[in-house]
Design a protein around this ligand. Sequence first.
Ligand SMILES: Cc1cc2nc3c(=O)[nH]c(=O)nc-3n(C[C@H](O)[C@H](O)[C@H](O)COP(=O)(O)OP(=O)(O)OC[C@H]3O[C@@H](n4cnc5c(N)ncnc54)[C@H](O)[C@@H]3O)c2cc1C
Length: 396
Amino acid sequence: MTGNYDVVIVGAGINGAGVAQAAAAAGHKVLLLEKKAIAAGTSRGSSKLIHGGLRYLETYEFHLVRESLLERALLCKLAPDLVQLKDFYIPVYHETRRGPLLLHAGLTLYYALSGFNRSARYRTVPRSDWGSLDGIKTDGLRAVFRYHDAQTDDRLLTEAVVNSARELGAEFVCPAQFVGANVGTGGTEVVYEAGGQQHTATTKVLVNAAGHWANEVLARVQPTIPIMPIELVQGSHIVVPGQLTKGFYYVESPRDGRAVFVMPWYDDILVGTTETRFHGDPDSVRPLATEIRYLCKVLSHYFPAYRDFKPADVTGTYVGVRVLPAGKGHVFQRSRDVIMRADRPASEGPPRVFTLYGGKLTTYRRIALQAMQRIGPALPQREPVADTARLPLRRP
Ligand SMILES: Cc1cc2nc3c(=O)[nH]c(=O)nc-3n(C[C@H](O)[C@H](O)[C@H](O)COP(=O)(O)OP(=O)(O)OC[C@H]3O[C@@H](n4cnc5c(N)ncnc54)[C@H](O)[C@@H]3O)c2cc1C
């Protein structure tokens, strides 16, 4: 099979799906390639939150919080079956590092960054209601804050975005493994394997949305292009039997003060996440025994009913991988914003290969629009057929 495209995308995670949707909406001829399944990577291994990212206030990423809150509001409208606002509770104990004053300040700023949207209001929960909070520990409890964020099913959301891209005319091939690309003057030749055969497609721009495999994809592009050094950080979750009927709990790990979520997930409870540097083959990432123990400890620390809960009682685990620019300092403090890299500086011409590293599930639509702006100069003029800010997303 051969074909000529404006945009060929490698990877049907949320970023690849978002770019496919945005490019098809802009009227372009699009091919999306996925080696395994939709959301086979981190886009099914996230914490499943469509959130402003309260914790990013600590790293002063106000623009990211604001953008995320706007996208959260939009996704609740476009995909009401897939993205729903929920009650989140932050218990503050005597030993909690982030005290009530800091939380008041942070939640007020969160509300302000939402443009004073009602959905971002918060309040403190009266002491008389603490007993109704899913059995959370009340010993040493000083205050409980309630605010709102949204939950999604990350895999289904990604599928919905791929379906939307296809309805707009994008072609999707899966399983289809990217084999290599040759960047030439008249376009880039992309070779991929599907159905036991090699195929070639020619494209104006190759978008590399391969998640933590991104640099592996770049290593197969000729002539060689500069590769950004990255660090991979795995984050695991555990699935635990039980039910939370009141809401989501945002707690601090007693060991290191990291924020950990304890959340309802279908008929179970989900606890996550961790941050562990990952080295090695990107296909071999797995939740580690130390991560599972760490999460069990957080759960048993805050929920007395789980006091004796052990790793052997965990019913499921999964892992996602963050792609961060290589650098010094603790990974918890590094920016979670997306990084976009063209194969050459703008002064030398428009991008021919364009790579997306990291980002958030929440902001996928904005990331896609930014990517389209950056690759726009390499693309032919086309008549837009839709606006992704108005396209409903249906639960598959
Ligand atoms: C632990 C964790 C929790 C998170 N929680 C949240 C959250 O709650 N909310 C939020 O907004 N964000 C969250 N994020 C961030 C968000 O989940 C990720 O930024 C996002 O899912 C990354 O999507 P992606 O499309 O870049 O990569 P991926 O989802 O990993 O997709 C890459 C795809 O490329 C495919 N691929 C790779 N190589 C090839 C090849 N050679 N040929 C063809 N296909 C290929 C893979 O199979 C895969 O499907 C979290 C991240 C982590 C790590």
